[in-house]
Design a protein around this ligand. Sequence first.
Ligand SMILES: Nc1ncnc2c1ncn2[C@@H]1O[C@H](COP(=O)(O)OP(=O)(O)OP(=O)(O)O)[C@@H](O)[C@H]1O
Ligand SMILES: [Mg+2]
Length: 272
Amino acid sequence: MAVNFNNAAEAKHVCYLAGTGGGKTTAVKLLNLVGDQVAIFDLYGDYQFDGRKKSPFNGLGGRTVYHFNKRSDFARAFTQAWSSGKKFVLAYQPTFSPILKGSQLKDARVAELHWFGQLMWTAADGNRELHVIIEELAKLASTAGKDETIIGELATGGRKFGLVLHTIFQRSQEVPKTIWNNSPRKVLGAQESTHDAKLIANELDAELSDVKRLSQLNERFKKQRLYYLFKSGGGIGNIAPYYICTDNKNKYFGHKYEITFDELRKIEVNTL
Ligand SMILES: Nc1ncnc2c1ncn2[C@@H]1O[C@H](COP(=O)(O)OP(=O)(O)OP(=O)(O)O)[C@@H](O)[C@H]1O
Ligand SMILES: [Mg+2]
């Protein structure tokens, strides 16, 4: 059970939303919204760390990430790291028998996610922040409505116990309402269709033309920059455009920049 109930804790959960390859994982790694003590449910190994590489994409934005495949190993390492009070990034990447397919595989993945969620809930402490990252949650959620699982609980009750949940999705329709409504911060990357862009512009109270522009700019500047809209708090407004430099020849590779809407709207989309 979580300890040190703290009703004054700010709601800081973040949803990251973009189409395939739209920059979700990059935003988690490089927008610096993730704090010092971090646990990742890394089903696909997106946060693998290789000590020989010097890239901001390595691990979590260059931070060392330790991966564990077994529950017992992850739980032991996590308990030790969390009680040390030091900075850490640990990832749980469960492995599954190759004979599992379809719904059996999904059920097995969901069981691992819920085990992980339960561990996070037990560890949560209202006196300090624990950042929890869950990639592609929609693939493991059975409903886009009310999330009554432990993950829904992390979103609703977690705030008062210092949990900051970072969840990643491809489109707004697939985000469980419990997660969406309890995540005041949102990061929006390139969308895949006008339909998705319209829905999200509406949900975020952003201009549709700005949302479409992100997608066009990301196409235009493929190997150089990724553009985002970042909503930094609840309520209406509080939205600003950002970009991350993804050009590995640029000395600012991996840096993020806030820009104004005027600047975003002035960038030429079509000239090559
Ligand atoms: N290691 C890297 N070095 C340079 N650029 C990278 C690297 N990894 C990703 N990128 C850039 O980020 C873009 C988006 O990739 P990212 O993995 O963040 O997208 P995503 O939305 O998480 O995709 P997916 O739906 O596949 O999970 C890539 O097209 C590329 O421009
Ligand atoms: Mg990704």
